[in-house]
Design a protein around this ligand. Sequence first.
Ligand code: AMP
Length: 225
Amino acid sequence: MAVNILAFGPNGSGKGTQGAIVKDKYGMDHIESGAIFREHIKGGTELGMKAKAFIEAGDLVPDEITIPMVLETLAKSKEKGWLLDGFPRSLAQAEALDSALKEAGMKIDYVIEILLDRQIAKERIMGRRLCANDNNHPNHIAFEAIKPVEKDGKLVCRVCGGELSARADDQDEEAINKRHDIYYDTKTGTMAAVNYFKGTDSKVISVDGSLPIKEVTAAILAELD
Ligand code: AMP
């Protein structure tokens, strides 16, 4: 049966980088709620227009928009399995996901949690760059292992040479703080969602995100079957 995984970690913890590696191990789909929103914004869709202002401010996009969008995407990946990143971000989303999956006959095999101090996460966020060609090409100006390369005096993607950009919400300190307020909130925020899954049948893998990228990868892979 297909393997399904939830990936948690504050923005800046390396969740996207690790997620791309785990996704390759299982040949599963990598579903990132934030990336789906960014695609919609780029394509000028109605959903994108509704979500844009929330994203730029670092606020959560309302559940009426987010939950159906994610559930629809998961249903399409039922056969292949999926690694879900960026959702659930709140206790309410965790509960909605849990009941929707039960109804759809899907289960979560692993929950990966990358632990990282808030201040370190913030410093890391500002250095990451997005590849125009592939969301799964991690680039970061402060990490040797995933440093962009220089071409014609410009920094380009280290994997494919594609154009790089920084997300507006990654350069805005207020937006970063808001996203982290949501993440580290153990009452109703993302940490509450992580804790919710600690009480289920899914295997929880908690790793130290302050370690070098390769060590974090090794710690995760050692726990996956
Ligand atoms: P990310 O790429 O995960 O940092 O997400 C970028 C932005 O998309 C977030 O700051 C939110 O505005 C929005 N977003 C992503 N996932 C969710 C979610 N599960 N619920 C609500 N908003 C979300």
